[in-house]
Design a protein around this ligand. Structure first.
Ligand SMILES: NC(=O)c1ccc[n+]([C@@H]2O[C@H](COP(=O)([O-])OP(=O)(O)OC[C@H]3O[C@@H](n4cnc5c(N)ncnc54)[C@H](O)[C@@H]3O)[C@@H](O)[C@H]2O)c1
Length: 444
């Protein structure tokens, strides 16, 4: 069985490596030659736990190949999985330019019957459009089917999620084609849901929008906690113990980021516009999230006044721990605001500093650890709950900072411990702890 994966980003690379791991002969194709060269040397260009080891193993055992040549990669494949990016257009809609280019490239190179499986997240109707487009490009003697197979892996646990996914969704209007794709997933032994093609496309967007809704909902409850004096950790725990609600995605914080939730909620909103359907909850979810992302900055401004020239440390750049992805990360928006205020900013992230450098260059100081980032700082913002940050000894804030003021967007620390450590500690949906020496200067 020859499997080709087109687009070797987070999804394509994990998919390709995992397919090789279960025994298929896999070629991963990408237009980015540098990436292909890096991968061919067994080096992983993204941070994803366990991926590099599995990649090297399968390269060595000869089941995994990387190519920047679409002709050799696509011509004879039995299955072509497409996992190119579908980023956000300026108006919020899904940008399908990469996908269209990939389809044109694949179509031009096909010489065999093949199954084109679309893993990229695409608006309802896209797979049908791809099929029609292909019919115009390929030779009439070729039999090419298009199947939707949206991806649900989470960055930071991509391998684990691929082998232990809750479900594989396969959308096809042709039962035989859907069955063939289901067969390729058999070695994973996972639950498979086969649907029509449009439902599969919508399952992906609806799932992400629902998870984003849970996050925005709990963030609203957290904000209400700050008004009422309740504690969001207890409230979320009490809610989550109800199995109808469930405890996952009930962690209050500074809003969702990453490469999926922000763009997928907006793309779904655009889709509802197209069908002139007013999806009220979805609009609120997006609005609440963009407000939440500003929250720590506003709290800091309200409390400290001007941040001009203030030594400020930002702990965490990635949108969540165990990934180097900073796309739409709350930290990025915060840093941009701090720089606009002319604050003096140092940052620490165990994996995402290189990506931060591409965005902010020499405007920031990139520290190798928390100690170095907070040394001499007056204000700390916690933006990602990396273990190195969550497990950081609270007394060290006193050791390395002058009169530490900590704004924690991820509720990393216990309130009693923060109080005992004598810190001024502002988190989300919980009582603000103001150190006694600050109570006058901060107007409390
Ligand atoms: N990242 C995630 O956690 C995640 C999870 C589920 C679904 N998705 C969806 O999967 C898709 C891919 O996401 P990603 O995060 O892996 O993207 P990515 O940006 O990390 O990778 C996309 C890759 O496609 C390559 N590419 C672009 N045009 C190409 C072409 N014409 N031919 C070959 N390669 C091409 C790029 O060079 C890049 O390497 C998106 O639709 C995304 O919404 C992502």
């Amino acid at each position: 069985m020859e499997v080709t994966v087109v687009g070797t980003g987070y999804v394509g690379l994990v998919t390709g490596v995992c397919f090789a791991e279960v025994g298929y002969n896999v070629t991963c194709f990408d237009i980015d030659e540098n990436k292909i060269n890096t991968l061919s040397e067994g080096k992983c260009p993204i941070y994803e736990p366990g991926l590099e080891e599995m990649l090297q193993k399968n390269l060595k055992e000869g089941r995994l190949h990387f190519s920047a040549d679409s002709k050799s990669a696509c011509a004879r494949a039995d299955f072509i999985f497409v996992a190119v990016g579908t980023p956000e257009n300026e108006d919020g809609s899904a940008n399908l330019d990469y996908l269209d280019a990939a389809i044109a490239e694949i179509g031009a190179n096909l010489v065999n019957d093949t199954m084109l499986v679309i893993k990229s997240t695409v608006p309802v109707g896209t797979n049908e459009r791809i099929f029609q487009k292909l019919q115009q490009i390929i030779s009439s003697r070729l039999n090419v089917k298009v199947v939707s197979n949206p991806e649900f892996l989470r960055e930071g646990s991509g391998i684990l999620d691929t082998f232990h996914a809750d479900r594989i969704v396969i959308g096809a209007d042709d039962r035989e084609a859907g069955g063939a794709v289901a067969k390729i997933y058999e070695p994973f032994g996972l639950p498979i849901l086969q649907t029509d093609i449009r439902s599969a496309e919508l399952i992906k967007y609806a799932s992400n929008a629902f998870l984003a809704t849970k996050i925005s909902f709990i963030n609203e409850v957290a904000n209400l906690c700050e008004h009422t004096g309740a504690n969001i950790e207890d409230v979320a725990k009490g809610m989550g113990m109800d199995q109808r609600i469930g405890s996952q995605f009930l962690k209050a914080g500074i809003g969702y980021g990453g490469s999926c939730f922000p763009k997928d909620t907006k793309a779904l909103e655009k889709l509802t516009d197209y069908y002139q359907y007013d999806f009220k909850i979805l609009r609120s979810v997006i609005e609440v999230n963009s407000r939440q992302k500003q929250q720590l900055f506003h709290k800091a401004k309200e409390m400290l006044g001007s941040l001009k020239g203030k030594r400020t440390a930002v702990l965490g750049l990635a949108f969540k721990p165990h990934t180097d992805d900073i796309r739409e990360a709350p930290a990025i928006e915060l840093i941009a605001q701090l720089l606009e205020e002319n604050a003096d900013v140092s940052v620490f992230d165990p994996a995402a500093s290189e990506k931060g450098k591409v965005l902010f260059g020499s405007q920031l100081y990139y520290a190798d650890n928390v100690d170095a980032a907070i040394k001499g700082a007056e204000v700390v913002f916690i933006m990602t709950e990396w273990p190195q940050i969550v497990q950081y000894e609270l007394q060290k804030f006193n050791l390395f900072m002058r009169d530490p003021v900590i704004f924690d967007g991820r509720n990393c620390y216990d309130l009693d411990m923060a109080e005992k450590a004598g810190l001024t500690y502002i988190s989300v949906g919980r009582k603000a702890i103001i150190a006694s020496h600050h109570s006058e200067s901060l107007g409390r």
